[in-house]
Write a protein that binds this ligand. Structure first.
Ligand SMILES: [Zn+2]
Length: 136
């Protein structure tokens, strides 16, 4: 059966190991948007054992910390939905009071014009930040 997150990375690869990958999501107006994706088919966080679940959240929080240091957002949004894919994954989204959807979720109603920002070097910087804190 076809699976988008098996067939594609779901974004630009920033880091991965055998269990997890971190990808950069190129979403206009939401610079720094990353996803942490469980590599295998696991539907719910409670399908992971304690060690695996802790590892998953460790990576999510490292990504959050790196984004906060790099981008100084007003808020971080963490979301795990996964209604359309059998891969547990977390969205880590830096938010700003003047972004297009604040204070709504980025999937909610747009509140104002999309604020474009220059992010050409951001994925490369984030990949280096993650490599220095996660291994392999
Ligand atoms: Zn898959």
């Amino acid at each position: 059966m076809a699976c988008d997150l098996c067939d594609t990375l779901g974004g630009s690869l920033l880091w991965q190991d055998g269990q997890l990958r971190v990808v950069y999501v190129d979403e206009p107006g939401f610079a720094g948007y990353c996803r942490v994706v469980w590599q295998q088919h696991v539907a719910e966080m409670t399908d992971l054992d304690d060690t695996a679940r802790a590892r998953c959240m460790h990576v999510v929080f490292i990504v959050e910390a790196v984004l906060r240091e790099r981008l100084k957002p007003d808020k971080i949004n963490l979301a795990s939905l996964g209604n359309l894919t059998p891969h547990v994954h977390w969205h880590i989204i830096p938010r700003y009071r003047d972004d297009s959807h604040f204070p709504q979720a980025i999937w909610g109603a747009r509140q104002r014009a999309i604020r474009m920002n220059s992010t050409a070097n951001l994925p490369k910087m984030l990949a280096a930040d993650l490599a220095s804190r996660l291994y392999p």
